[in-house]
Design a protein around this ligand. Sequence first.
Ligand code: MCA
Length: 507
Amino acid sequence: MTFLDRLVDNCERYADKVALEFLEADGSSGRGVTYGQLEEAVRKTMAYLQEKGVKKGDRVALQLPKGLPFILLHLAVMRLEAISLPLNPGYPPRELRYFLEDAAVELFFADAAAAVTVAPLPDEMESLEEVVPVKSTDSFLAQVVTYEAARQPLPRDPDATCLMIYTSGTTGRPKGAQLSYGNLTANLDALHEAWGWLAEDRILHVLPIFHVHGLIVALHGALNAGATALLLPAFEAEVALEAMEKEQCTVFMAVPTIHRRLVEAANAGEVDLSHMRLLTSGSDRLPDDLFAQFQETFGHTLLERYGMSETGMLISNPLNGERRVGSVGLPLPGVEARIVDPETEAPLPDGEVGAVQVRGANVCKGYWRRPEKTAEAFTEDGWLRTGDLGLREPDGYFTLKGRSKDLVISGGYNVYPPEVELVLAEHPGVDASAVIGCPDPEWGERVTAVIIPEAAGTLNAEEIIAFCRERLVNYKVPRRVVFVDSFPRNALGKVQKARLREQVCDE
Ligand code: MCA
């Protein structure tokens, strides 16, 4: 049994209940889809995909707006034992190409608005058979309704990959974390229990659905419970607060940047959110002042939790019990977490800061076609090296204390400096660059490019930013550019980023 069995059961049991409602950008009511309609539409989409030749193990990329076509395709792909590969609609052609090539995608659903630039792709890429432009929800539905609902049995192999999420590392090139039916099932079950999901829940969904947070934790979490997800196409603080109140929502999940905007929203003091039962925060560390401010403003204590694309959720503050400020809480049911010496990997006693390692049925089997990266990521006895530093309190709560990996988190999105440095290296005026994160009250960290120019005085920040904009998705583009003559380096010649941050960030 996988999470898909549960979903199909829910579609029968709650056939007449709204599973998804797509709110308009201003929060007004929009298209509603009941559980019964969802199942019917997914099965028709499966038949449509079967006609396109989709079969077990195929990679199907979805670079679509947050809407019904995305969700139907994503669910139908997984039901056919193929692999869903969601992509940020903001990826410029260069990044997009990398994902399509690396994953050897067979079928690519693209937003029709962007399809002009991607139309020549099938000729250039060996694996890619077709690019299907999606114009609108109506046009997509008009196409799939003509199919007879597929009658394919539900996937039965828990170890088969059903979802691929790209994440980077120190290499600078993203790699696909292969999440299996079993991984997602384990994580959804654990969260269902830990967060007390109810069929009566109504989640206001404001996150993008091309990441684990918005797609699995929030959207699948709701469907797994037979609850109702009200989806906003994008986040806007006043609209979100109004919608939570008007729609009598009970659940909300977001990143610290979003929570910060909520407490600062013009209508923050006016809304009554007493009907909410669970507001979670993740993807980045929740600052202590924001935890307190949120409590004061809305009378709710945020529940902070910790997860990764490779694993889904790992550690969470409790639904009932102490939500400890600054801590990510206790390992979820079925998840083992430990703190080890970063050098020897010997387990450390409680209270000592070390490297965080995790193990459990939720942890992915590894990276797509990167056995060497998979081997690097795991210990011999199956612990995943998270790249985060932290400690365990004697009562079992975990607190994160920084990162051993070179990573910047901006507004809940991970930015891997080597990826940006690779782009900067292509600029003819750049001799060397180092990308760092500087603390920022709104974004958590701000991507900052420190550059040694080929010749002094020949470059300006605007030019560098424009260069990056063409080649990188918005959140990876440096928000600030600093020119220097040299970098602090260690004896091996490696740039000392901690020292660079001290030099550059407070300026
Ligand atoms: C947008 N911009 C950003 C970011 N988002 N820049 C840096 N960092 C960002 N995160 C750009 C915009 O393109 C725009 O650029 C400018 O910043 C201001 O845009 P604004 O309208 O203020 O931004 P927004 O569109 O409102 O987006 C802010 C946001 C968004 C709602 C906080 O970043 C967001 O949805 N973050 C959530 C990310 C998330 O879901 N992460 C989960 C992955 P310009 O003006 O120049 O065009 S992590 C995960 O899944 C793991 C498993 C986990 O544990 O959760």
